[in-house]
Design a protein around this ligand. Structure first.
Ligand SMILES: [Zn+2]
Length: 583
């Protein structure tokens, strides 16, 4: 792998970190070493060394893909970056997948091999992947990835015309304005911007749906009684969902509808009353920008990205010296790109650079308290990667199952709450705390709506038009967000709400956020009486990476993997009591 530039004592920037050699973007660079692994005589005693070599090669390829992906997202207008990513995926992706399948089969065929403890689950996953592998899906997954990348190109170019060209996050921040007319105006401008992007996103979805169905069909997964691919069953296999069924998810949807939607409506109704509003219009509610019931202007804890970094450093230092040092490593190492700018994809995420053993966090900050919350979240992911990559040398054991991946990030939003005096005055802290608690309740209907939409979308046996998708989203939005008054407004805007990042780029990956939010709330509940113990268990669970099952990971963190109605009800009661206590 490319050596990182020598350290001069100066802080590094993303340009120093997101580097690769041209050779690493071509298949011949990997082909010989993959072929050597294929040819190797493999005895039980030799497996560990062989796995190490395979893992190191995989890290190099994974990091090259991650760097190319980051460069494409950080500047969606950079055509060279877009085509470099597409070329890498097209050239290296298919032979790498094929070679991976050969190596998995080779490993699984070794007689008398007893896996080391850290390989037990990885081996089980490889077994599943080997059975799930279909040659026909190798080129199709490449096309799928290319299509999904179009989402970044479409939305990265999106701006909002509101007294100048704003990025979407810049406009979104204005939805917290205490001036209702201003909120309405910015919402109208954002609607116009979404309207402009809609045809391209509709067309993209019409391209994605048949590809996804075909992937499932190629894997012999069809909807009952039809010849249509069952993409829900496909993602269940692809995402390794072994601990719960689609029916468990549908039951959870019903529980949230019965238990949480009324609480969310109560919270929003109280806000409306305090503000003297008869009804809540769409510009009075944004998941990302909480409206203050006392009509105060939004909090503005920082001006610039470096200022946010300095605040976060104080927060993490106060929370835990080890975590503070790890955040410091990211800051000075150039592993953060936080500022909002045009042409940068507007979604926040944490990527891993497997060879450097370092995470990289992308955000689009504009100075809001939500930005600080999102930073705590993304750095929670970064801590997860750092803890798991330092404890787990093999690439297959980093991170964790997806249903735990959001626990480190969401729990960090809560665990850091008490340290936020680095950013806020005491009166402001109360407000932030309230917004965090309310936000965790208001989030659940949205998360479930996203999941319910996808369960419907991928289990219909008829061909779907965009009008069908719009109608379904409208039906769900009325059920899960009944407190919003859209009367007299163009409902096309409401109906198009399904045009969201995950629907395009991470199909079916959403309910995990809701599952993990329950785990995070439970960790916070425990930290109220035992902060050091909670933090210690948090860090221990992160280090396990992907070597433990979901129930084991939740247990290691001191909580449980549950999302049934009784548990949901228990946690909602806790949150509502905390909220009442905060009054
Ligand atoms: Zn996350």
């Amino acid at each position: 792998m490319t050596a990182l530039p020598p350290q001069t004592g100066e802080d590094r920037t993303p340009d120093d970190v997101l580097v690769f050699e041209t050779a690493q973007t071509t298949w011949p660079h990997y082909a010989q070493r993959m072929a050597a692994l294929e040819r190797a005589e493999l005895s039980p005693a030799g497996v560990n060394a062989w796995l190490h070599d395979w893992s190191e090669l995989s890290k190099e390829a994974a990091q090259t893909g991650a760097v190319l992906g980051l460069r494409a997202d950080l500047n969606t207008a950079d055509e060279a970056a877009q085509s470099a990513l597409a070329a890498y995926r097209g050239e290296v992706g298919p032979p790498m997948m094929r070679a991976g399948q050969v190596l998995r089969r080779k490993l699984l065929a070794v007689q008398d091999y007893t896996p080391a403890p850290d390989m037990v689950l990885a081996l089980r996953r490889m077994q599943g992947e080997a059975e799930f592998y279909r040659e026909a899906n190798v080129p199709l997954e490449i096309v799928h990835a290319e299509q999904m990348q179009r989402y970044a190109e479409i939305t990265g170019a999106q701006t909002v015309n509101f007294g100048g060209e704003l990025t979407v996050p810049e406009a979104e921040a204005l939805l917290g304005s205490a001036d209702r007319k201003r909120r309405e105006n910015v919402w109208t401008a954002m609607s116009a911007s979404r309207e402009a992007a809609r045809p391209a996103l509709n067309a993209l979805m019409q391209d994605l749906l048949p590809i996804r169905r075909q992937l499932a069909l190629n894997a012999d997964l069809t909807l009952p009684g039809t010849q249509m691919g069952d993409y829900r069953a496909y993602t269940w296999r692809q995402l390794g969902r072994v601990d719960y069924t689609p029916q468990d998810c549908l039951d959870f949807h019903a529980a949230v509808l019965g238990e949480v939607v009324p609480l969310a409506a109560e919270i929003m109704g109280d806000k409306a009353r305090q503000l003297g509003l008869d009804t809540l219009r769409p510009w009075d509610y944004s998941r990302r920008t909480a409206l203050d019931p006392e009509g105060r202007p939004p909090l503005h804890p920082f001006e610039s990205a470096p200022e946010l970094e300095a605040i976060a450093q104080r927060v993490f230092d106060a929370l835990d010296p080890e975590l503070g040092a790890r955040f410091g490593l990211m800051r000075t190492g150039g592993y953060l790109d936080l500022a909002s700018r045009q042409g940068k994809m507007s979604h926040a995420y944490c990527e891993s650079l497997e060879h450097a053993d370092m995470p990289f966090v992308v955000m689009n900050v504009v100075g809001t308290s939500q930005d600080l919350g999102v930073l705590l979240h993304e750095i929670g992911h970064a801590f997860h990667f750092m803890a798991s990559s330092r404890a787990q040398p093999l690439i297959w054991n980093r991170w964790s199952p997806l249903e735990f991946v959001e626990v480190p990030s969401m729990a960090m939003e809560y665990l850091a709450l008490d340290q936020l005096s680095a950013a806020y005055l005491p009166a402001e802290l109360e407000r932030v705390r309230r917004e965090q608690l309310e936000g965790s309740i208001l989030f659940l209907p949205w998360a479930v709506q996203m999941d319910a939409f996808q369960h419907w979308l991928y289990t219909q046996s008829a061909e779907l038009s965009i009008a069908d998708l719009d109608a379904k989203w409208l039906e769900l939005d009325r059920a899960y967000h009944p407190w919003l008054d859209w009367s007299g407004l163009d409902e096309r805007e409401r109906a198009g709400g399904w045009q969201y990042y995950h629907i395009f780029r991470n199909p079916f990956y959403y309910l995990e956020y809701a599952m993990c939010s329950l785990g995070a709330v439970d960790l916070w509940r425990q930290s109220r009486t035992d902060k050091p113990g909670t933090l210690a268990r948090y860090k221990a669970a992160l280090s396990l990476g992907n070597t433990a099952t979901l129930p084991e990971l939740y247990r290691a963190a001191g909580t449980q993997f549950r999302f049934d109605a009784a548990y949901l009800s228990e946690l909602m009661t806790f949150l509502m009591n905390e909220l009442k206590g905060a009054l």
